[in-house]
Design a protein around this ligand. Structure first.
Ligand SMILES: Cc1ncc(COP(=O)(O)O)c(C=O)c1O
Length: 467
């Protein structure tokens, strides 16, 4: 499969070729581009398709590709957008904390920032088979029930365990959409949401975008601290707390068995909800993962969300919200108002995938691969940068949370590492307020091979200031 960057490079070569010709002139054939650019026919045809959609090229079946007629209007004049500054006003939504995980790293760079799996770790064959089977279903293009197709909802409910059933599940476009719905359903703009500190930057971005104040509650190697949670509820009057009890992103901590009932009791005493982000359910290195908090919930206290994007594919944007009681209707209404529902073929494909025998096999081999990569990254760090420490060696998830000596600035190191060809996440983007120390997050999932993790750490070491 050609990478986006090679398609973009070929597209820019063909665009330049088109620029040298008159409108209507024929472009070289695909075969000639394959020969002169040294790429595959698939790369050329994807590049041509993108130029067709840009209006640079037209293709005529059986005749070839031609330079499209150029539109004259306004070309060459820089538009004046300054009026937008006043019309737009204050900026609430910033994606900078999450884009580092979503953007394709430049060619040759080692991606140690993205929390999504490298293509080689995805169940590509099983996904292809699932999509093909889903597409053959006679009702694949029918409108689904707004909360999702029954089989998938039942599967998510079963995976969560506890008292939830299919009727309590809303299928969402991944965990991000679920988070946005949960925060907006439970916390009015201007009010407080308690969050773990550090926490997932995408959650902080969602809260900021909804005008919600995030109030930090510290996390240690056993997860969120119930004593601090109780104090934060008392101080703020917050009615919801957001946490990741399993393979917390970024620290990797798992909420201990002792603390689980304490967290639920503290939330109950405050009359508050617990929003459980269970993004890492299928990313345990030694399976099975600990049961989610919702499995212990007896009174609709926990609003649970999970996703298939991490273990299956970042493009299988299917996740779930699970909630019991009146809150479920609020969540459903927000989801419907925002998006109506998740595309049915995608839901059908997700159901085909998770019900196939290939799914447990994939999870088992993913667990082994992640454990190997975690060990490789930790060993490389210990060997090359022993002054960096990893407070929790995670038993699941895709990253190491690395503490650095206090004099090292995480954002500066991230910039220097990028110059040496390694992309890392500075720790500060995981904090709702000032970080208590200097941290970076290193992902071991996105690199092409475990060996690349050694190379990434070698480059990171080069980025360190000379002692
Ligand atoms: C803790 C956490 N929650 C939610 C998400 C969003 O995941 P999804 O791709 O399912 O929207 C992520 C993605 O990195 C995450 O790390």
């Amino acid at each position: 499969m050609p990478s986006e960057s090679s398609v973009a490079m070929v597209a820019s070569a063909i665009r330049a070729e088109a620029g040298r010709r008159q409108a209507g002139e024929r472009l070289p054939s695909t075969r000639e581009f394959v020969r002169t650019l040294g790429v595959s026919p698939v790369t050329v045809s994807r590049a041509l398709a993108s130029l067709v959609s840009e209006g640079v090229v037209v293709t005529r079946p059986g005749e070839g590709s031609f330079v499209a007629a150029r539109s004259g209007g306004g070309a060459g004049q820089a538009a004046d957008f300054s009026w937008q500054t006043l019309a737009l006003g204050e900026r609430r939504t910033s994606a900078s904390g999450v884009l580092v995980s979503l953007e394709e790293p430049p060619p040759g760079e080692i991606p140690l920032a993205s929390g999504y799996l490298h293509l080689s770790l995805l169940p590509v064959r099983a996904l292809a088979a699932a999509v093909a089977r889903a597409a053959r279903r006679p009702d694949a293009w029918e409108r689904p029930p707004v909360t999702g197709i029954g089989g998938l909802r039942a599967w998510f409910a079963r995976s969560a365990g506890g008292q939830a059933d299919a009727a309590d599940v809303i299928v969402t476009p991944g965990a991000q959409g679920a988070l946005a719905a949960a925060f907006r359903a439970l916390v009015p703009a201007g009010e407080a949401l308690l969050v773990e500190s550090p926490t997932y930057p995408g959650a902080l971005a969602v809260a900021a975008s909804a005008g919600i104040r995030t109030v930090p509650v510290p996390v240690d190697s056993d997860g969120i601290r119930p004593d601090a949670l109780a104090r934060a509820f008392a101080a703020t009057g917050a009615r919801a707390a957001y946490c990741q009890p399993t393979f917390h992103n970024p620290t990797g901590a798992v909420l201990s068995g002792e603390r689980r009932p304490q967290v639920l009791a503290v939330a109950a005493a405050a009359g508050a909800f617990v929003i459980e982000d269970d993004y890492g359910r299928y990313l345990a290195h030694e399976r099975p993962a600990p049961p989610p908090l919702i499995a212990e919930d007896t009174d609709g206290r926990v609003v649970h969300l999970t996703s298939l994007t991490k273990p299956a594919s970042p493009s299988l944007r299917v996740g779930a919200l699970i909630a019991r009681g009146p809150v479920a209707e609020r969540l459903r209404d927000i989801r419907v108002v925002d998006d109506f529902f998740v595309s049915r073929p995608l839901q059908e494909a997700a159901l085909e995938l998770v019900s196939s025998p290939a799914w447990p096999r994939h999870l088992a081999s993913l667990a082994r691969a992640l454990a190997t990569r975690r060990a490789a990254l930790a060993a490389a760090l210990q060997q090359r940068i022993p002054q960096f420490t990893v407070p929790v060696l995670p038993r699941g998830g895709v990253c190491l949370w690395v503490r650095m000596p206090g004099h090292l600035a995480d954002d500066r190191l991230a910039r220097m590492a990028a110059r040496h060809g390694a992309v890392i996440s500075p720790g500060r983007s995981f904090y709702p307020a000032e970080p208590p120390g200097s941290f970076i997050r290193l992902s071991f999932a996105a690199a092409a091979r475990p060996e690349d993790l050694h190379e990434g750490v070698r480059r990171l070491a080069l980025a360190l200031p000379a002692a």
